[in-house]
Design a protein around this ligand. Structure first.
Ligand code: FES
Length: 163
């Protein structure tokens, strides 16, 4: 089995070096650098978290405490479409929990799981900052507002057809 190469490219390292100059300490750059890592490699494996720590001259634990605190960071590979449902108060009061239950039934998975065909991963996330559009679902970082079980089903069907 070949090891997955979770190392930043030279271009990325240059970007990170420029970024860290703008902060008083490298620890302040952890969040943007983790976003870069996730964008480049899809998810934050332990090996990649160690690489982020090494790149910034931090201890692994200083990176892990950020990764495990924020729901936007993924430690596992996800499906092609990441369905992230906000279940904070504003969305919950507008049907987010019922929407999640419906999506679990439609997709045949639980929250945190990926469909067997690798297409969809369903997660619950913290406030997406778009409360006026509650309930909100992000699909690969695109916001969908005032989502209903029916509109979600239509969206899922559309995504399946694309494949
Ligand atoms: S509570 Fe859901 S977007 Fe703010």
């Amino acid at each position: 089995m070949s090891a997955v190469n979770h190392q930043f490219s030279e271009a990325r390292l240059a970007e990170i070096a420029a970024l860290t100059k703008r902060y008083p300490g490298n620890r302040s750059a952890v969040i943007p650098v983790l976003h870069m890592a996730q964008e480049d490699f899809g998810y934050l494996s332990m090996e990649l978290q160690q690489h982020v720590a090494d790149t910034l001259g931090l201890r692994l634990m200083q990176v892990r405490e950020v990764v495990t605190f924020y729901t936007m960071f993924r430690e596992q590979p996800s499906g092609e479409y990441r369905l992230e449902v906000c279940t904070n108060a504003g969305c919950m009061l507008n049907g987010a929990n019922e929407l999640v239950a419906h999506m679990c039934e439609t997709l045949g998975i639980k929250v945190g799981e990926t469909t067997p065909d690798g297409l969809f991963t369903l997660t619950e996330v913290e406030c997406a900052g778009a409360c006026a559009g509650a309930p909100v679902v992000q699909v690969n970082n695109v916001y969908h507002e005032k989502v209903t079980p029916e509109s979600m089903d239509a969206l899922i069907t559309k995504m399946r057809v694309k494949e």
